[in-house]
Design a binder for this molecule. Sequence first.
Ligand code: G1P
Length: 288
Amino acid sequence: MIKKCLFPAAGYGTRFLPATKSMPKEMMPIVNKPLIEYGVEEAIQAGMNGMCIVTGRGKNTLMDHFDKNYELEHQISGTNKEELLFDIRRVIDSAHFTYIRQGEMKGLGHAILVGRELVGNEPFAVVLADDLCVNEDQGVLAQMAALYKQFRCSIVAVEEVPAEDTHKYGVIAGQMIRDDLFRVDNMVEKPEPGTAPSNLAIIGRYILTPDIFDIIEDTEPGKGGEIQITDALLKQAQSGCVLAYKFKGKRFDCGSVDGYIEATNYCYENIYKKDQASKLAQQQTSKK
Ligand code: G1P
């Protein structure tokens, strides 16, 4: 039912300089696949086919990645390397990609508002590609899309973090509806240490109803002088309903070097190696 997924991808990725000096941080590979491709695959698995990417200056390789490269296709067509392109071909064939540039960096709320032109007047998902989420069967966006069907309101994904880390996130407080679901009544963007309303931190997966755009337009700059989606969502929660969902699965903060290395090790062991083993097994059965 939710068809579009917005990827704010205009940020500079300063924590990874110099790697991100001329390469978008979303293109940093986790093993052999760029970060953003994991997010797009998660959205496709959740039944979405419209990938709306908010880019900025110096991000053209993002567009090239989700497009055919005829020269390369021609070069490796018919060789045993061709299968290395199967995943990305499947992604390109299952979705369409639209882009808009965020001219000025005025915060996540602003980036989402810039995406309005691409999303239109329908509920949509937001993926912050820095947060890599993995779950063996149902991805985090698919879990959230299923919840949306039931509740029809904005939903943020949350996870418990140590108290000393709450200042890095948007943090929610709310009424527990069931073990893994809260009705939000407070939300603070990057609270000062010791002032967080709980230890439930928002991670980079959202489902938003389109009335959020008008709310963002009326939202003053908040933390860091930026227009914060957290502030807009608090208004939406106060005038209607916003849910916070404790998702099933693992999440890695690939915006930090430690999280990036952890994600790489995890994906190498649990995704890449398994993939290789099953491809080998397939080749052996087809030879027989
Ligand atoms: C953004 C949001 C924050 C959220 C975080 C999740 O912050 O503003 O509320 O907790 O993403 O990754 P950023 O990490 O972009 O500073």
